[in-house]
Design a binder for this molecule. Structure first.
Ligand SMILES: NC(=O)N[C@H]1NC(=O)NC1=O
Length: 205
């Protein structure tokens, strides 16, 4: 592991991120020790950050080349740059890696851990049967229209907002909606990154 360089006015505490065998060190103020992240092999980096964009470990594998990172924001900036450099088909590919909200993966228990937590936080796991049917119909209509699933940062939206936005965004044209959905992917990514390295800090966008 690399040398730990800490500001003089903070204590470093050991911080375990399960199931990864690393103790990332952080300051009392919550700042990540970027040196520890920069010392990760690419295998471990991808294990740790591989799902910050849902089911797209290629992105963290790609941005590992940009080490050393200055800080968490720098990692995020490289992820954003990578996503924005993709052609439209690549951006739509990223969207297609996302599970529907309240969809088949949720019903069958096959969501990723992150997505399960997010969907649960947004109330998607406690819908009644009429609400599940409503989500199914809106998701199907959306996919039929755009060819990719409706994506929204579930941790920043409650059930009613999600239904409202799903209906509203159906009115967009495909290009505008692709960009809108990628903005949501960036928000999801930002919160996932923060919860990996700053799990006790309240986050806001
Ligand atoms: N479809 C969709 O928005 N999926 C997601 N959103 C989110 O915050 N987590 C997800 O899996």
């Amino acid at each position: 592991m690399g040398t730990v360089v800490a500001p003089v006015d903070v204590d470093l505490v050991q911080y375990w991120i399960l199931p990864f065998p690393y103790s990332l060190q952080r300051t009392r103020a919550g700042a990540m020790d970027i040196n520890v992240v920069n010392a990760l092999t690419y295998e471990d980096f991808v294990k740790l950050f591989g799902n910050v964009v849902e089911k797209c470990p290629l992105i963290s594998a790609a941005i590992w080349s940009h080490r050393p990172f200055k800080d968490l924001a720098d990692i995020e900036a490289h992820i954003t740059e990578f996503i924005l450099s993709l052609p439209d088909s690549g951006k739509e590919g990223i969207l297609r890696c996302h599970p529907d909200l309240a969809g088949r993966d949720l019903q069958s228990g096959t969501l990723t851990r992150e997505s399960q937590e997010e969907q649960s936080q947004a109330g998607m796991t406690t819908l009644d049967s009429a609400e599940v049917l409503q989500m199914y119909r809106l998701n199907s209509e959306y996919k039929e229209r755009f060819g990719f699933p409706f994506v929204i940062c579930a941790r920043l939206n409650k059930k009613a907002d999600i239904v409202g936005q799903l209906s509203e965004r159906l009115k967009n044209d495909r290009a505008a909606e692709r960009e809108r959905a990628i903005e949501e992917v960036k928000k999801i990514c930002r919160l996932r990154l923060r919860s990996i390295v700053l799990s006790d800090i309240q986050t806001e966008l």
